[in-house]
Design a protein around this ligand. Structure first.
Ligand code: NDP
Length: 349
C-alpha cells in the first residue's frame, strides 16, 4: 500500500488522566454552585455525574418537559436568569444554534465578574464573529467537549470507564481557570479515559470535519457498495444485511478504535485478510484527499459557518428540505422494504 501522509506534520496533545489532576482541585469545586443550563442530552448526564461526584448542582431551564425531568431527578430548577445569578460555574448545554441569543438575553445581564462559563463545544466561541457570541472579559471561559453522546457520558461514568473529551481554556480572567477546568473534568468522569487538551478552534474544526468530510465520504462508500450489488442482481435483503444492517461492521469499527486499523484484522479469516490487503490499494484515490482538504479549508476560513448562519436566518428549516431530498433517493425505499421484510422495527427508536 502507498502511504502518502507527511508524518513530519504530526504533533501531540497533552492528555490528562485521573492521576494528573489532584483531588484538591475537585475538593475546591465542592464549595461552588454549578448551574447546568439546559437539561437535555448532555445536560442531564453531566448534572447527574457532577452530583454523584459531590458537587452542588442546580439547573437553569425554561418551563418545559426537561424542567419536570430535572425536578423528578431531585434537582433544584431555576430560570436560566436565576441560575446564572446563583451559580459560580455555568455549563452551557442548550443547542448551539440558540446559544448566542440566550447568552445575550438571559445570561449576560446576570453575570458577575469572576464566574466561569463552560461550553461543550467550541463552535460559537471559535466563530464568534459569525455567530455573534459576545463574551465579557472578566469571566473564565473553558470547554469540556465530550466525544460521546449524553447517555454514554452517564453510562461510562457509572461503569467507571470514563469517556474521552477535548478540553480547552479560552479566557483566564481569574488566574484559576485551568484548575477549574481540570477539577470539573475529573468530577465529570472524563479524566478516567482521557481529557485531551485542544483549543476551542481546533475542537470546532475537528467536529465539523468529521461531519462534513469523513461522514459523507463514508456514506458514499456505503451507497456505492449497495448500488454495485443491487445492480448485480443479488437479493436485496442479503445485501443490506451483509453491508451494514447486521451491525457486524460496528464491531469492526470498535476493534479499530481499541486495538488498531490493521491489528483488528486478526479477528477476520485469512481469506478476508488476503482479499482486503491485495485489493485495498485499488481504492487509494488522491482526489478523495483533495476533496477532504477542500471541506477542511471551508471550515477553517469560516465559509461554512457563514453559510450556515445565512441559511438559519432565511426562516424556514434549512435542514428539513435537504433531508427530504436525501430521502427521495431510491435506496431509501428499498431500505424500508428490506427492514419490513426483516421484521426490523425502527419505530422503537
Ligand atoms: P439538547 O438539544 O439535548 O438540549 C436541550 C436543552 O436545551 C433542553 O433543556 C431544551 O429545552 C433547552 N432548550 C432548547 N431550546 C431552548 C430555548 N430556546 N431556550 C432555552 N432552552 C432551550 O442539546 P445537547 O445536549 O445535544 O447539546 C448541548 C451542548 O452539548 C451543545 O453545545 C452540543 O454541541 C454539545 N454536545 C452535544 C453532544 C451530543 O451528543 N448531543 C456531544 C458533545 C457535545 P426545550 O427543548 O424544551 O426547549
Amino acid at each position: 500500500m502507498v502511504l502518502t501522509m507527511n508524518e513530519t506534520k504530526a504533533k501531540h496533545a497533552t492528555i490528562y488522566h485521573d492521576e494528573d489532576v489532584s483531588d484538591e482541585l475537585v475538593e475546591a469545586l465542592r464549595k461552588k454552585v454549578i448551574a447546568i443550563i439546559g437539561y437535555g442530552n448532555q445536560g442531564r448526564s453531566q448534572a447527574l455525574n457532577l452530583r454523584d461526584s459531590g458537587m452542588n448542582v442546580i439547573i437553569g431551564n425554561i418551563e418545559d418537559e426537561y424542567k419536570k425531568k430535572a425536578q423528578e431527578d431531585g434537582f433544584k430548577v431555576e430560570s436560566i436568569e436565576g441560575a446564572t445569578k446563583h451559580a459560580d460555574i455555568l455549563m452551557i448545554l442548550i443547542p448551539d444554534e440558540i446559544q448566542a441569543d440566550i447568552f445575550e438575553e438571559k445570561i449576560k445581564p446576570n453575570l458577575t465578574s469572576g464566574k466561569t462559563i463552560d461550553f461543550a463545544t467550541g463552535y460559537n466561541v471559535a466563530f464568534k464573529e459569525i455567530t455573534g457570541m459576545q463574551i465579557p472579559i472578566d469571566v473564565d471561559i473553558i470547554m469540556i467537549a465530550p466525544r460521546m453522546i449524553g447517555v454514554g457520558v452517564r453510562e461510562k461514568y457509572l461503569s467507571g470507564e470514563g469517556f474521552f473529551s477535548f478540553i480547552a481554556m479560552e479566557q483566564d480572567a481569574t488566574g484559576n481557570a485551568k484548575n477549574t477546568l481540570l477539577g470539573l473534568a475529573k468530577a465529570l468522569g472524563t479524566t478516567k479515559a482521557g481529557a485531551i487538551e485542544t483549543s476551542f478552534r481546533d475542537e470546532a474544526h475537528l467536529d465539523l470535519y468529521t461531519e462534513q468530510a469523513f461522514g459523507p465520504a463514508f456514506g458514499q462508500v456505503l451507497m456505492n457498495s449497495l448500488e454495485v450489488l443491487v445492480e448485480s442482481g443479488y437479493p436485496v435483503e442479503a445485501i443490506f444485511v451483509e453491508i451494514y444492517m447486521s451491525g457486524e461492521f460496528s464491531f469492526t469499527l470498535k476493534e479499530m478504535a481499541e486495538i488498531g486499523i490493521v491489528e483488528q484484522m486478526k479477528f477476520h479469516s485469512p481469506t478476508s485478510q488476503y482479499g482486503s490487503l491485495t485489493r485495498g490499494a485499488r481504492f487509494i484515490n488522491p482526489k478523495l484527499k483533495e476533496l477532504m482538504a477542500k471541506s477542511l479549508s471551508e471550515i477553517q476560513s469560516g465559509k461554512f459557518a457563514r453559510e450556515w448562519k445565512r441559511a438559519q436566518k432565511r426562516g424556514k428549516d434549512p435542514v428539513a428540505s435537504l433531508k427530504q431530498t436525501a430521502l427521495q433517493m431510491p435506496i431509501n425505499k428499498l431500505e424500508r422494504e428490506v427492514r419490513k421484510r426483516l421484521k426490523m422495527n425502527p419505530e422503537k427508536k
